[in-house]
Design a protein around this ligand. Structure first.
Ligand code: TXA
Ligand code: MG
Length: 359
């Protein structure tokens, strides 16, 4: 008998345009909801990045997420809900600190840890007692979760360790043929993953900075502590947040961060154009508006990405991952990128860049 190897699945591409009606009967929403209800995988837009969604209560569907991403079993998933009742389906209780934060920041890019309910397969939380939950603000994500009437586990829709996708094209670059469908609603608004906070600890522990800033959280619940993963490699199970230790969000080219402003970047450009040029390679630059002068341009040897206006961390956040992907092409051996300051959302940008630059 011939051995038949299963080939990849055909990934369906469905589109929602701005202005489209968003009801459970909207064809793209209805189709994705049906796929999710029968245990399939759908990449969905959220306001942060595209997520790879499956029914959080279906063990087999969860296993498919880990397989499609090549994600290690020790890295827990975030569960997405469309209303507070759904939190009760996945969490054992809703403590006061979490209630205050949810009231202020949901729907939005803030993920909170809760004590896990016994309903949820342990693979979702990688065996942990806590479960990460957020209510996305994206109207399409919201409509889909409501239509499926399911809490959806959804990590970012990239292969493990790679850059998170902010468009449906990025999603297909990562997981085409490995998932059932992608729901394309255009580029995401925020561009970096949600803030992850553990409010069960005193003081609350900020595990991953994001668009809901430390300053905004502190205005609601008082001082929070900033998590810093140990410098030495530790076993992921022992970390407060295992996904945050590894090299992550990483392009293939070497990412060199410049902790200084325009003059420091231009110095680095000259240096690397010389060294990389000798090897026939180009230098990619995450270039803030108006930082690259005529002389630098005329010298050649560079590939530019127009990153946005320096100091506008929202705009730079929106373009960050698209820029790293754009510059990460054959012939570009080094990507130079100036580091934002640690205030507000700048903290999230620094965090992603520092991890993308790790060896
Ligand atoms: O914006 C986002 O959060 C996106 C969109 C799709 O919602 N999702 C996302 O998921 O970034 P993911 O899986 O790529 O990142 C989730 C992070 C990981 O670093 C994981 O280790 C951490 O959250 N995490 C999840 N559950 C946790 C838990 N119970 N305790 C500690 N950390 C947890
Ligand atoms: Mg991720």
């Amino acid at each position: 008998m011939p051995i038949v190897y299963l080939s990849g699945v055909e990934t369906l591409r469905l589109t929602i345009r701005s202005g489209d009606n968003l009801t459970p009967e909207t064809p793209a929403i209805a189709e994705c909801a049906a796929i999710l209800r029968r245990g399939g995988l759908v990449a969905i837009p959220t306001e942060t990045v595209y997520g790879l969604a499956a029914n959080a209560l279906d063990r087999a569907a969860i296993a498919r997420i880990f397989e499609a991403k090549g994600r290690p079993a020790w890295d827990p998933l975030i569960v997405h809900v469309s209303n507070l009742e759904m939190v009760g389906r996945v969490a054992a209780e809703f403590p006061e600190t979490a209630q205050k934060l949810a009231q202020r920041f949901w729907p939005g890019p803030l993920t909170l840890l809760f004590r896990k309910s016994a309903n949820v397969p342990s693979s979702v939380t990688a065996g942990r007692e806590t479960i990460a939950v957020r209510m996305p603000a994206h109207p399409v994500a919201h409509a889909l979760i409501a239509a499926a009437d399911l809490p959806l586990a959804a990590p970012s829709a990239n292969r493990f360790g790679r850059i998170s996708p902010t468009t449906a094209e990025h999603v297909l670059t990562e997981v085409d043929g490995r998932i059932d469908a992608v729901l394309d609603a255009g580029p995401t608004e925020i561009g970096v993953e949600s803030t992850v906070l553990d409010p069960l600890r005193t003081p609350p522990l900020l595990l991953r900075p994001g668009a809901v800033t430390r300053e905004q959280i502190e205005a609601v619940v008082g001082p929070v502590e900033l998590y810093s993963p140990p410098a030495q490699a530790a076993s992921p199970q022992t970390l407060a947040s295992p996904g945050l230790a590894a090299r992550h969000y990483a392009p293939s080219a070497r990412l060199v961060l410049i902790d200084g402003e325009r003059a420091a970047l231009l110095n680095a450009v000259r240096k690397y154009v010389d060294s990389e040029g000798e090897r026939g390679q180009y230098v990619g630059i995450m270039a803030p508006d108006d930082w690259i002068d005529e002389t630098t341009l005329a010298a050649g040897g560079i590939v530019l990405f127009s990153w946005g206006s320096w100091g506008d961390w929202q705009q730079l956040g929106r373009n960050l991952f698209a820029g790293l992907r754009y510059l990460d092409k054959p012939g570009v051996s080094v990507i130079l990128c100036p580091l934002p300051s640690a205030e507000g959302m700048g903290l999230a940008l620094r965090d992603r860049l520092n991890r993308a630059a790790q060896n």
